[in-house]
Design a protein around this ligand. Structure first.
Ligand code: C5P
Length: 223
């Protein structure tokens, strides 16, 4: 199986409070985007395409390895992945879409996603259980319902897809008003079942400054 990796790295660093796009922020001396590319490769992905913000295209090209394909992303994550998908090598039969914001994803997670695709899944996501009590609140912040947590899962990346399935799902989603926060939602909206494999707490997403500090500690632990 030939797998191409897409790294969504075109977001801003707004919630992180960074002056740079988040994917260029350093962790353990290297930009987050470089960690994300390396995890995909260490897990078995061959070609990697990275979607970046237009104003910083040159800065991303300067830090990424020469054989990584850099494309300009869009205003939403979905638009960024769509742009990268257009540039992904046609003869790849699988696509793994990963967030630059999950720099410390262990290669084992990538390998589990690839193995599920090789076993015949058309779409697969790494997941973790929900450990907190989870509730619904109204507009005033008053709890209106408890949500049974046993069937709930937190969804991580990389998310893996049969290439033709993902391309068709993105074509299906084009022009709809729906807002998607990940690629599995795009595929599910096209009626394709999404399977799961075990995720990993180390694949946590860096969103706010606290997450970056936790990741810095993690880079000091033995892996
Ligand atoms: O904003 P959030 O952290 O949920 O973004 C998840 C990933 O999607 C990040 O790696 C970010 O760089 C990427 N993204 C993108 N294009 C956008 C918005 C986000 O590639 N327009």
């Amino acid at each position: 199986m030939h797998a191409v990796g897409i790294v969504a790295a075109a977001g801003s660093g707004l919630r992180l409070g960074a002056e740079l796009p988040k994917a260029l922020v350093h962790l353990g001396g290297r930009p987050l985007v470089c960690w994300a590319v390396e995890s995909l490769r260490a897990g078995g992905v061959e070609q990697v395409v990275v979607a970046v913000p237009a104003p910083q295209q040159a800065a991303f090209t300067a830090v990424l390895p020469d054989d990584v394909h850099v494309v300009v992303g869009g205003d939403t994550r979905t638009a960024s992945v769509r742009a990268a998908l257009g540039a992904a090598r046609e003869h790849a039969d699988a696509v793994l879409v990963h967030d630059a914001a999950r720099p410390l994803t262990p290669p084992d997670v990538v390998a589990r996603v690839l193995a599920a695709l090789a076993a015949g899944a058309r779409a697969v996501v790494p997941v973790l259980p929900v450990v907190d009590t989870t509730v619904v609140v109204d507009g005033d912040g008053v709890v209106t319902a408890d949500v049974p947590r046993a069937p709930l899962r937190r969804v991580q990346t990389p998310q893996g897809f049969d290439r033709a399935t993902l391309v068709a799902a993105y074509a299906h989603a084009h022009g709809t008003a729906a807002e998607f926060t990940d690629d599995a939602s795009v595929v599910r909206a096209a009626g394709i079942p999404v399977q799961t494999v075990a995720g990993d707490e180390r694949a946590a997403k860096i969103t706010v400054a606290h997450d970056l500090r936790m990741a810095e500690l993690q880079t000091e632990w033995p892996r």
